[in-house]
Design a protein around this ligand. Structure first.
Ligand code: GLN
Length: 283
């Protein structure tokens, strides 16, 4: 099969990024680099594993699960159906934390999944350390493998916890930053998700009736484990800006919302009212 054959089959099945996916599948199974494959459009790969992978993709299994890996920030992650596939828009949480975590900072990553937020943050901030929390033991196993493969395992501890239960997070010292990309899809929207997203763990997507149950639980339980100058950094759904702002204000936090590269509200940063007004006083 050539790249063109693959792309035609993918396009025929209604897969949008057919050319790019064909290239990635071809390179993965042929051993060609991207550059070599692009330079040689007629290159052929007869490996039956490629045909099997194509068949899985035509059944709308996500490409990242078929390849078993994906990139996020500057790191490669092992992924599988036990974890959400890291999304490019989530990189903005890492970028924010890279710039704003204090020197030697200590952070938490809640609902860590593949571990991508915690691991990529530790990779770009060698002075930091963190705790990663996750309910699913299978996801936690992937996250710890990803920490090891990306050589940040000595600065990251893992906790298997149900974060909706009181007392799930009780660190020996408060966090300078609490990050999370929790499940935030409204329950009545779950059935409308694409087949690829429906192949991802429901546990990582279902945010309850209004999509906000994790934010509400975090803001109820976790101010006690956040340092006075600390902040929450949450990924949010594009329609959740007003909801998160109301929750934040009720809990005594000021909330700033940031759009992603598509211009959609995607990140909320919450800090305490006192810390925010001090910031203003200091300029
Ligand atoms: N980004 C995912 C989606 O759009 C949702 C991820 C989440 O719930 N944290 O489907």
């Amino acid at each position: 099969m050539t790249r063109a054959d693959l792309a035609a089959r993918l396009r025929g099945a209604g897969i949008e990024e057919a050319r790019e996916e064909a290239l990635r599948l071809f390179c993965h199974f042929s051993g060609y680099s991207r550059a070599a494959a692009l330079a040689e459009p007629a290159a052929d790969c007869a490996d039956p594993a490629l045909a099997a992978a194509l068949a899985r993709r035509l059944r709308r299994e996500p490409l990242a699960y078929i390849l078993g890996e994906c990139w996020f920030c500057n790191e490669c992650y092992r992924v599988g159906p036990a974890c959400l596939i890291p999304r490019p828009e989530t990189e903005m949480l890492v970028e924010y934390a890279q710039a704003h975590l204090p020197p030697g900072g200590f952070f938490a990553d809640l609902c860590t999944g593949s571990g991508c937020i915690a691991v990529s943050l530790l990779a770009c901030r060698p002075d930091a350390r963190g705790d990663a929390y996750e309910l699913s033991p299978e996801a936690l196993a992937l996250a710890s493998e990803n920490a090891l493969a990306n050589r940040v395992d000595r600065r990251l501890r893992f906790y298997q916890r149900d974060l909706l239960l009181p007392g799930a997070v009780s660190p020996p010292q408060p966090y300078d930053m609490i990050l999370s990309n929790p499940p935030y899809v409204r329950r009545d929207r779950m059935d409308a998700l694409s087949p690829e997203v429906q192949a991802e763990p429901r546990l990582a997507l279902d945010g309850g009736e209004d999509g906000g149950r994790f934010y509400a639980a975090f803001l109820h339980e976790l101010p006690a484990v956040l340092a006075p100058h600390g902040c929450f950094v949450f990924e949010i759904g594009e329609e959740q800006g007003a909801q998160i702002r109301a929750l934040a204000e009720a809990a005594g936090f000021v909330c700033r919302i940031f759009p992603d590269l598509a211009g959609l509200d995607r990140m909320a940063v919450l800090c305490r009212v006192e810390a925010a007004s001090e910031g203003v006083a200091k300029g």
